[in-house]
Design a protein around this ligand. Structure first.
Ligand code: NAD
Length: 447
């Protein structure tokens, strides 16, 4: 099938590449000329495991093209995807300006019947707005062309995006029209061979499904962070509690890790946007507000532990100290720094007069772009380099390569012999046996 995709970010680029990989003819459109030029030269703008060779192979096989020419892409596509960003507006609701700009562009250039598919995460009712924007443009030029707007939210996880896209848990198709459902089923048939993963529903339910999924996952994280904070106060170990509750199949093992708070481009903005939707309809979203508030507080927790440790000492607390920081991305296997917990931690450390020696396996470039050059930040080329001259270690992102350091060596390298483990990667007893002070999240001993 001939497919056009607007937006070559994490979602658009991965979706386009996977659709091309199963044989569809895909044209990806972006307004960012530099990104499109780079992609045409095989330069992938994001880090996503397995993506680069797939983009190159499908581009070389002429199944995957990149352009800024929206008209040509719309001309190409029987199916046109909208996969542009929906960042938070000032009040936390989703900013639809990019989605609606694409809708108007589609209306201006469409020449044959088209299925328009909204893949961006958008509030309930957006498909109606997209439909109206397209219809208005068609009316302006006196064109009468049939089209439908389908909601097909995306559930890929950054860091696993290619695998998620090639083997989706479910494919949500929200449509009012049987013909559109048939088109979408044909498009996704190569991903749907083992068993039927397609869940058909009405458009509004599909739009809400995406927010409900992210809000549920964020709720699990905030719940566990709250339990961790209780564990810390009462002298319990949340890791043991996690093992105890995860074995109940009604609870399950996934997403019950306490930590330094959730970040990324989705959970924070989607929880907020859903809360704003509820308020717009006169409903007070008590649980969503609490999920957000717990997370916001949790992002400051690691720094509170650091402060507590240093306030016990005789010198000037955190001021003048140097911290090795392992991990900057909001989670492992991505270079995405949007809403990353590291950003809050670094700001707090700097505010307190500390210096940071930072290392992340993939997010160094993005960090340099965000933080720029400053005297109190040293970008390091390896985890070991970050430790050189550091007083203490702070682990913020649970990259695999940080999981089993040589604690004896750490003890020799860190002047203040302290480890702050924002992801509970280490066994407290093992770290302490090496003569290091250990602070985890909710591990009882932290007080
Ligand atoms: P992104 O910011 O990485 O990429 C968006 C891209 O759209 C950018 O390259 C931008 O230049 C481009 N763009 C903006 N306006 C355009 C226009 N008029 N025409 C063509 N291109 C345009 O965003 P993302 O992370 O891929 O997210 C896209 C959507 O998918 C969001 O609604 C997000 O909530 C949702 N989503 C994201 C994820 C994720 O893990 N990142 C997962 C599921 C859903």
């Amino acid at each position: 099938m001939r497919v056009a995709i607007f937006g070559t970010g994490y979602v658009g680029l991965v979706t386009g590449t996977c659709l091309a990989d199963v044989g569809h003819q895909v044209v990806c459109v972006d307004i960012d000329q530099a990104k499109v030029d780079g992609l045409n030269q095989g330069i992938i703008p994001i880090y996503e495991p397995g993506l680069e060779p797939m983009v190159k192979a499908n581009h070389a096989a002429t199944r995957l093209a990149f352009t800024t020419d929206a008209a040509a892409a719309i001309d190409h596509g029987q199916v046109v995807f909208i996969a542009v960003g929906t960042p938070p507006d000032e009040d936390g609701s989703a900013d639809l300006q990019y989605v609606l700009a694409v809708a108007r562009t589609i209306g201006r250039h469409m020449s044959v019947p088209t299925v328009v598919v909204n893949k961006s995460t958008v509030p309930v009712g957006t498909a109606d707005k997209v439909r109206a924007a397209i219809a208005e443009e068609l009316a302006t030029r006196g064109a009468d062309i049939a089209f439908d707007v389908v909601s097909n939210p995306e559930f890929l996880k950054e860091g696993d995006a290619v695998a998620d896209c090639m083997r989706p848990d479910r494919i949500i198709i929200g449509a009012a029209n049987e013909e559109s459902v048939a088109v979408m089923r044909r498009l996704y048939a190569p991903f749907n061979r083992n068993h039927d993963r397609v869940v058909e529903m009405d458009v509004r339910s599909a739009e809400l499904t995406k927010y409900a999924a992210n809000a549920m996952l964020a709720t699990k994280i905030s719940f566990m962070n709250e339990i961790a904070n209780i564990a810390e106060r009462v002298g319990a170990d949340v890791e043991q509690v996690r093992q105890g509750i995860g074995s109940d199949p009604r609870i399950g093992w996934h997403f019950i890790y306490p930590g330094a708070g959730y970040g990324g481009s989705c959970f924070p903005k989607d929880v907020q946007a859903l809360a704003r939707t509820a308020q717009q309809y006169g409903l007070e979203p008590k649980l969503l507000n609490a999920v957000e508030a717990v997370n916001d507080a949790q992002k400051g927790h690691l720094f509170a532990l650091i402060q507590r440790h240093y306030d016990k000492g005789e010198d000037e607390g955190v001021r003048g100290k140097t911290f090795a920081v392992w991990g900057l991305a909001f989670k492992p296997n991505t270079d995405d720094m949007r809403e990353a917990s590291s950003r809050r931690l670094l700001a707090q450390l700097w505010e307190a007069g500390a210096t940071v020696r930072a290392y992340d396996p993939e997010a160094m470039h993005e960090s340099q772009r965000i933080f720029g050059e400053r005297d109190d930040l040293v970008f390091c080329n390896s985890a070991d380099e970050a430790l050189q001259g550091a007083d203490a270690l702070v682990v913020v992102t649970e990259w695999k390569q940080f999981r089993s350091p040589d604690f004896q060596k750490l003890r020799e390298q860190l002047k203040d012999a302290a480890v702050f483990d924002g992801r509970n990667l280490y066994e407290p007893a093992e770290v302490e046996a090496a003569g290091l002070a250990y602070y985890g999240i909710g591990r009882g001993r932290s007080l």
